[in-house]
Design a binder for this molecule. Structure first.
Ligand SMILES: [Zn+2]
Length: 145
C-alpha cells in the first residue's frame, strides 16, 4: 500500500457530500500525508477509483470546500462511471495540458456550480449534528434586530 494513512470526513461534511452527490460517499477512501502525491509535481491531491490521496492532512482537506468538491467529483462522477481512466487522462493531458484537459474543466465547472449548495447543505448538517436543545449562535446584524 501507499504510505500515508486513511482518514474519515467529519459527520457533517460526509452528510453534506452525500446530499450533494445524491449517493453515499463513505466508501471513498481518503489517504492523508500520502507519499504517492509527492511524485505528482505540485499536486496537493490526486485521485484513483474510490480513492483520494492527499499531500497534507485530512483535516485541512475536509475544511477546503472547493478542493473537496473537485476531488470527490473526479472520484464519483468520472472514475466511478468509467469516464476517467489513466490512459484517457494522460491522452487528454498530452493534447491539452493539465489545466485545459476536459476532466479538470468538468471538475472546476462542477465545483463553481455547486459550491453554494454545498455550503448550505453543510450548514444544515452542522445544525443537525448539535445535541437536542442546543442552537447555533446567530450573529446580530448592525441594523435592525
Ligand atoms: Zn483535478
Amino acid at each position: 500500500m501507499w504510505l500515508g494513512n486513511r482518514c474519515q470526513p467529519p459527520k457533517d461534511v460526509e452528510g453534506a457530500l452525500d446530499a450533494l452527490f445524491g449517493q453515499p460517499v463513505g466508501h471513498v477512501q481518503v489517504i492523508q500525508y500520502s507519499i504517492y502525491v509527492r511524485w505528482h509535481m505540485r499536486a496537493i491531491a490526486t485521485t484513483r477509483p474510490s480513492r483520494i490521496y492527499l499531500r497534507g492532512s485530512g483535516k485541512e482537506f475536509f475544511a477546503d470546500a472547493p478542493l473537496l468538491l473537485h476531488e470527490y467529483f473526479h472520484v464519483l462522477r468520472q472514475w466511478a462511471t468509467g469516464d476517467l481512466t489513466i490512459p484517457k487522462y494522460l491522452a487528454e493531458c498530452f493534447r491539452r495540458g493539465y489545466w485545459d484537459n476536459r476532466y479538470e474543466i468538468e471538475a472546476r465547472d462542477f465545483t463553481s456550480r455547486e459550491i453554494y449548495r454545498y455550503r448550505s447543505l453543510l450548514a444544515q448538517h452542522r445544525n443537525e449534528a448539535l445535541p437536542p436543545g442546543v442552537h447555533p449562535i446567530r450573529r446580530k446584524t448592525a441594523v435592525g434586530s
